[in-house]
Design a protein around this ligand. Structure first.
Ligand code: CP
Ligand code: NVA
Length: 305
């Protein structure tokens, strides 16, 4: 079993299904007011180079609800790469806490931290991947139907969120259509890894540029911001590039029953209309809710097995 949760592609289908099942169980327990103290006395350090609502609150609340404690670290306090090298930070933290969750710009930095840490490291989003989001999305899809019976369409920017969704589909053998502009496709490194994994899992991952083709007859339509954190200087040009990729009522007319997914934060009037985001097909707050339980299941999996 891997030490870290940096990418869903490092994990077996059995492990990912088991985490998703456990997350659903933890959600049910949570709704009944039960708080199993499976991580009593454990500590989680949380490091954020970028802003966060969901990831911060769900990790800090999650570890507390399981009987442990979270410690928030900010770049200006600890200065990874300026005050101290990543290797020294990773080795020092490993002597004090049980787990590190990090949100970094560079994916290489989280890999370096994980390589030098003896404790598990969890990826809370990098420029390349967002694996905790993908796990919460799996749990959300499973609330609606069997994920292996579902077809998912992702429309918009070929970013960290779709990169992890592609790898999730590739490991689990899911059906996923991706429509992005040719200039903003998912990562080539991710696509190559997914191609190899799909040979074993039977995943059907279709890449294209046409949103209508991608959403036709699917069960879930997923979108994300056109401007990810760190790309703010490109926001105006991105609004032009992605104009034809908005998830709106017209587009959803091609997928009669599809649920709408978004990892949030959302930009109403850009990648999704307010009408669709607030509409009856939207499961975006189920996704947000499931971040808590998916991550608690990941934490248990890493720390108690
Ligand atoms: N979806 C997500 O990761 O949200 P935050 O950026 O608020 O953590
Ligand atoms: N793609 C977005 C996801 C935010 C949760 C970003 O990286 O900003």
């Amino acid at each position: 079993m891997p030490k870290d949760f940096l990418s869903v592609a490092d994990w077996s289908a059995d492990d990912l299904w088991s985490m998703a099942d456990r997350a659903a169980g933890l959600r049910q327990a949570h709704r009944e007011g039960k708080r199993p103290r499976t991580l009593e006395g454990r500590t989680l350090a949380m490091y954020f180079e970028k802003p966060s609502l969901r990831t911060h609150v769900t990790f800090e609340a999650g570890i507390a609800q399981l009987g442990g404690h979270g410690i928030l670290l900010k770049p200006e306090q600890i200065g990874i790469g300026t005050r101290e090298s990543p290797a020294d930070v990773a080795r020092a933290l490993s002597r004090w806490v049980d787990c590190l969750m990090a949100r970094t710009f560079s994916h290489e930095l989280i890999e370096e931290l994980a390589g030098d840490a003896s404790i598990p490291v969890i990826n809370g989003l990098t420029d390349l991947l967002h694996p905790c989001q993908a796990m919460a999305d799996l749990v959300t899809i499973a609330e609606v139907m069997k994920p292996s019976d579902a077809t998912i369409a992702y429309i918009g920017d070929g970013n960290n969120v779709v990169n992890s969704l592609i790898l999730l589909a590739a490991v689990l053998g899911l059906r996923l259509n991706v429509a992005t502009p040719e200039t903003h496709r998912p990562s080539l490194r991710v696509l190559e890894r997914a191609r190899v994994l799909a040979e074993t899992s039977g995943a059907q991952i279709e890449l294209g540029e046409d949103p209508v083709e991608a959403v036709s007859g699917v069960d879930f339509v997923y979108t994300d911001t056109w401007t990810s954190m760190g790309q703010e200087d490109e926001a105006a040009s991105r609004r032009e590039i992605f104009r034809a990729y908005q998830v709106n009522e017209d587009l959803l007319g091609h997928s009669a029953d599809a649920r709408v997914m978004h990892c949030l934060p959302a930009h109403r009037g850009e990648e999704v209309t307010a009408e669709v985001l607030e509409g009856p097909r939207s499961v975006v707050f189920d996704q947000a809710e499931n971040r808590l339980h998916a991550q608690n299941a990941i934490l248990e999996h890493l720390l108690t097995r």
